[in-house]
Design a protein around this ligand. Structure first.
Ligand code: CP
Length: 362
């Protein structure tokens, strides 16, 4: 068991984090370019449109051997640290492979039992250590707000800032998941007017799932979107998200069954019951009622897509995978490409990809 010795709080952090988010955000950009990626609220529509255009361009360049080799040289002089001290399969692997596509050399810590945290070193001191060696830190951490604290610490307190990417922070946010989710929505709705005006159903454990929170924030960038939240009452979406939607004029409804949202939804975003947060097994009784099976497919719109951030358990029957509307495996692959584009934007390589990438497009 990792035991951290109590340390004094860094002077300035409490004051900084008590400010409204909009006042904190400028610290996390440089010269109008995103630097630390911490919250979905950092992304506006021009940024999203640009990122997704760049994602498509990188995918096309990467189709040829020559294009892949060219991409690989862009960051061959730089190093990235993946600090993932909460379990992860696809976020870790997609970031790792995104780094490798662009040539970053990578190091990782996935278990604090194997780092000097086991000797009592604080996570904050661990982060400062990483910044001694690398040009980028990508982190998943169980503590809400720790990614932001890390970015603040490196920007304001230390003399060696490096960009920090939040790859999932406690129950709070998973902003890069939201980026790939919206990319998947956009590509899926390309032929039917894009995301504007669409009805997105989010289903499952909405109160304890960070992906639906980050995705909800991103919906402010699209016109006329309606969100249907379908969850057991105890696991409905949090009040802070409802307040955010109201303040941005985003229409939403709360439902207590999966069946009631199927006919209206253009996208059904299923999520896993997060029973790791249970106190006494309270999730079990709710699990089956929020599971999608073959019997539900006929009640969906013909063009409606089924998404899931994964991992799944029983909330989508494996036989649903065969339905052409099931896009979650594609969604997962999209993560690697949107994250590759995001790294390029943070480091300004997007300009080179825009200027020289045509050489590799057939
Ligand atoms: N979607 C997601 O965050 O998956 P992992 O936990 O496997 O990274």
């Amino acid at each position: 068991m990792v035991k951290h010795t109590a340390q004094r709080e860094f002077e300035g952090w409490k004051e900084f984090c008590s400010r409204p988010l909009q006042e904190r955000l400028p610290l996390f950009s440089r010269d109008g370019r995103i630097y630390d990626v911490l919250f979905s609220q950092q992304f506006n529509r021009p940024f999203l449109d640009f990122l997704y255009g760049l994602t498509n361009r990188i995918r096309r360049i990467a189709k040829s051997r020559e294009g892949m080799i060219w991409l690989h040289k862009l960051h061959a002089h730089q190093r990235a640290m993946l600090y993932f001290v909460q379990p992860s399969t696809r976020t870790f692997l997609s970031f790792l492979n995104a780094c490798h596509i662009l040539g970053f050399h990578t190091s990782e810590i996935r278990d604090p039992q194997t780092s000097s945290e086991i000797k009592g070193e604080s996570p904050e001191d661990s982060i400062r250590t990483f910044s001694s060696y690398v040009d980028l830190i990508i982190m998943r951490h169980p503590q809400e707000g720790f990614a932001e604290k890390t970015a603040w610490l490196l920007n304001d307190f230390s003399d060696r800032p490096v960009p920090v990417i939040n790859a999932g922070s406690g129950r709070d946010q998973h902003p890069t998941q939201a980026l790939l989710d919206v990319y998947t929505l956009q590509r899926s709705f390309e032929e039917i007017g894009g995301i504007d005006g669409k009805v997105i159903a989010m289903v499952g454990d909405l109160n304890r799932g960070r992906t639906v929170r980050s995705l909800s924030y991103l919906m402010k960038n699209y016109n006329g979107v309606k969100i249907l939240y379908a969850a057991p009452p105890a696991f409905q979406i949090g009040e802070d998200i409802r307040e955010f939607l109201q303040s941005h004029g985003i229409h939403y409804e709360e439902h207590d069954s999966l069946e009631s949202v199927l006919p209206e939804a253009d996208a059904i975003y299923m999520t896993r019951i997060q029973d790791e947060h249970d106190v006494k097994g309270e999730s079990q009784s709710e699990y089956e009622a929020f599971s999608l099976g073959k019997e539900h497919l006929a009640r969906m719109k013909p063009h409606a897509i089924i998404m899931h951030p994964l991992p799944r358990r029983g909330e989508i029957d494996v036989m649903v995978d065969k339905d052409p509307r099931a896009v979650y495996w594609r969604q997962e692959r999209n993560g690697m490409w949107t994250r590759t584009a995001l790294l390029a934007v943070i480091f300004g390589t997007d300009e080179k990809i825009e200027a020289e990438g045509d050489l590799f497009l057939s």
